[in-house]
Design a binder for this molecule. Sequence first.
Ligand code: GLU
Length: 309
Amino acid sequence: MANGRFAPSPSGPLHVGNLRTAMLAWLFARSTIGRFGMRMEDLTTGAAPVAEAEQLADLEALGLDWDGPVTHQSKHSERYRAALAELDAGGRIYPCFCTRREIREAGAAPHGEIDLHRYPGTCRSLGAAERTRRAEFRSAALRLDAQEAEVSVVDRLLGPLTSVVDDFVLQRGDGVAAYNLAVVVDDAAEGVEEVVRGDDLWPSTPRQVLLGRLLGLPTPAFAHVPLVLGPLGERLAKRDGAVTLADRRALGESPDDVRGRLARSLGLTERGECPTMVDLLDRFDPAALPAEPWTFDPSGDQPAVDPFA
Ligand code: GLU
């Protein structure tokens, strides 16, 4: 049994790439008879997230269900504060006054092959007097003193990754917990045992694993799934056209049609079949998932050559 979750940011409607990841997260969890939770990552979208109701309705229309109430990161600031206090007590936090521009200009050197946004440690060794002086001019973000820890993590689909973790942000300058902190604390608090999400987050995973270890939390398993690409070969986005369930409806496709098409992209159905999510459970085999990104053409109803037909 592996409890899972889907954790969208309610900043806009889900597109078919998000829906496909959600289907996979559901299939991974439910195929092990695990719990499946729904969490709104709404730390930066404010108290009245515009898209939450629509996102949940779309997920339901596809046939996904979840256990317990939908949780909201905006309601968990106490948890994040406690985690920060624990790290601070261990001497693993420091304030950072750098702007993005300063970090860029400091020549944050690429370190490792895939993560180009490493923090060069500029504020790590500021003295107390200098920190006080700078705090008069700018509010500080809080960074983890990662001590150049080298972390190895194995993904179920992508295999192993080892990287030296940089001093990443735990709390932004405006006092809001950063994604990397919130995700680790919440996954542990919600009993998530397997994290299934888009593979754009794979490079940040060693950071999250290190943080979890420092906080004494269990490390979940990971399955990063390939993103959906738009017709131009870039990550699918709104600008690509009819990419949301509402857009597809307007073109005459039902949620069942969309589910069928996404299932076909995962190698789980034949053309013309319209299985339910529960039907798909019987056919789901993580080892047989396509490893390549899937290209979605919002204009045509089917790609000319369907590799899964
Ligand atoms: N909230 C993130 C997103 O919308 C997902 C984070 C995660 O699954 O860890 O892409």
